[in-house]
Design a binder for this molecule. Structure first.
Ligand code: FAD
Length: 485
């Protein structure tokens, strides 16, 4: 049997291991951490459990597909439910909106609360579906770096639709044309943050994202987000994949333009095929530092990062749900701080994810586990300790104002994740959540390919390569990569 080595057990690394094992490879996976999952991991603090990173689950079919491929019933491994309310939105002026998954209910909600014609919502989501149907088969399911992607009939169809795909205006411009109420423009602009981009710069093509949440649905894994990692990890070990934890790969061994293996803890390990799941920028700086560097790709601006407070809250808030957004009063200025100034705005948009609303054992009785997150610039060596202390004060003041309570006195336990620790725990360059940002039209073409054009037998998967960051795209990167082999 042929042997494959995978570097990194992020969600794409695990998915790749499953796909390669099913192709008959003996797979050895080397992971620097002592646990699988990378960003998709969990933490526990004194009776509270938190999903450490991702909290929104879309396109669950991508996960199910892996179980089915292995001839298993997905439900025997991994269960999830569709959310009735995708997200709750709060503003300082007292406005509250529920984004119901039932489109009619949502349209009614915005008509009643904001006076926005229901027709505008339906039309926006129809356009979003159109972009998805036009681009997903081309950009998400195939390599951009192979000729037949550009010459197949689906591609030709997309060329004809190009004027309608939002390439020539920004997301904010398109949303201002679409909606009459500024709060809805803000709500739909927020989707740019789903891949760490700036709605005032990113092309309106990213209006593809609401389609996932509204038309297909937002989901919650019954055992929490971390179960995506654990159920796929279980499947992969059943398929014979060998995990080597606490093994940081030091070097990719290349001979005569061909990848031969890796060096880890000073020892050489050989294989017929290598798949790298580590962030590409850091990979070229470390394990590939002696190889030719793709300079243009490496200097692309990175996506935003996050500051997270994991708070154990010793009280119940019945008005809060799984996903809650407390909007900034000046969204444009908030993004200027994140992407232009490299600082944190003092009225940030706050996201509070509370899994104990759906999984009661995630917090002690009568308590809640608040994953409290704001978008922040990626790490450019700012004075983070000072910025975090200020941000915490601003977050608490804002939550106190809107929820009319003193939140600080309810915090029983606290841990913090910031751009520096995101980088040190997952090797993500500058702590960016989604690899390169999509703030310009060409971003999709400036992600690294799923294979090396310079080194034979070396392949890539994960959030920093094509098709991009976020769980569904990472899973697709594993699919595109394995289909090339
Ligand atoms: P990563 O998770 O980046 O893991 C890479 C792995 O490689 C790590 O385990 C690392 O230790 C290992 N590694 C690196 N270098 C080496 C080496 N030299 N040797 C051995 N091992 C190495 N996505 C969503 O879909 N929905 C969300 O709601 C969402 N929210 C997010 C919130 C936060 C706070 C964060 C951080 C991310 C969020 N994301 C979200 C993005 C999502 O988490 C990532 O896109 C995805 O998990 C990245 O997976 P990956 O396969 O690229 O690997």
């Amino acid at each position: 049997t042929k042997k494959a080595i995978i570097i990194g057990s992020g969600i794409a690394g695990i998915a790749s291991s499953i796909r390669l094992a099913l192709k008959g490879f003996q797979v050895e996976l080397f992971e620097a951490n002592s646990y699988p999952g990378g960003k998709l991991s969990e933490i526990e603090i004194e009776g509270y459990r938190f999903d450490a990173g991702p909290s929104l689950f879309t396109l669950p079919e991508q996960v199910d597909e892996l179980f089915r491929l292995a001839g298993k019933n997905p439900k025997d491994y991994f269960e999830y439910e569709k959310l009735d309310v995708a997200c709750q939105y709060f503003w300082e002026d007292g406005t509250r909106l529920k984004a119901y998954s039932d489109l009619n209910l949502f349209a009614e909600e915005v008509q009643t609360k904001l006076g926005e014609p229901a027709q505008n919502i339906r039309e926006a989501l129809r356009k979003s579906a159109f972009i998805y149907d036009s681009l997903a088969p081309l950009f998400m399911n195939r390599s951009l770096h192979q000729l037949d992607t550009w010459t197949n009939p689906q591609a030709l169809k997309s060329y004809l639709r190009i004027g309608k795909l939002g390439i020539f205006s920004t997301m904010n411009e398109a949303n201002r044309q679409q909606f009459s109420h500024p709060k809805l423009v803000q709500l739909f602009n927020r989707y740019a943050t789903y891949n760490g981009s700036n709605p005032y710069e990113t092309p309106a093509t990213l209006n593809i994202i609401p389609h996932l949440e509204f038309n297909i649905g937002a989901f919650f894994p019954k055992k929490g987000m971390h179960d995506i990692t654990m159920s796929l990890y279980k499947l992969s070990t059943e398929l014979g994949v060998n995990y080597h934890f606490g093994q940081k790969v030091e070097k990719v061994l290349v001979e005569n333009g061909e990848a031969k293996g890796i060096r880890v803890k000073g020892k050489d390990q050989f294989a017929d095929l290598l798949v790298n799941n580590m962030d590409m920028v850091n990979a070229y700086k470390t394990i590939l530092k002696e190889e030719k560097q793709p300079k243009l790709l490496l200097k692309q601006p990175k996506s935003s990062s996050a500051l997270i407070f994991y708070w154990g809250i010793k009280r119940d808030f019945p008005e809060l749900d799984l996903h809650n957004i407390f909007f900034s009063d000046n969204y444009a200025l908030e993004f200027e701080h994140i992407f232009k100034k490299g600082t944190i705005y003092d009225d940030p948009t706050i996201y509070v994810n509370i899994t104990s609303t759906h999984k009661s054992d995630d917090a002690p009785e009568g308590c809640m586990n608040w994953f409290t997150m704001i978008n922040v610039p990626n790490n450019q060596e700012q004075d983070w300790d000072k910025m975090i202390a200020e941000a915490k004060r601003n977050i608490l003041h804002k939550l106190n104002r809107i929820l009319k309570t003193d939140i600080e006195s309810l915090i029983e336990v606290e841990e913090i994740l910031d751009p520096r620790t995101i980088e040190s725990k997952t090797s993500s360059a500058q702590g960016a959540l989604y690899g390169n940002s999509s703030n310009n039209k060409f971003a999709a073409f400036l992600r690294h390919a799923n294979y090396s054009s310079a080194i034979k037998n070396l392949y890539f998967c994960g959030g920093s390569v094509h098709p991009g960051g976020g769980i569904p795209l990472c899973l697709l990167s594993a699919k595109i990569m394995s289909e090339m082999i």
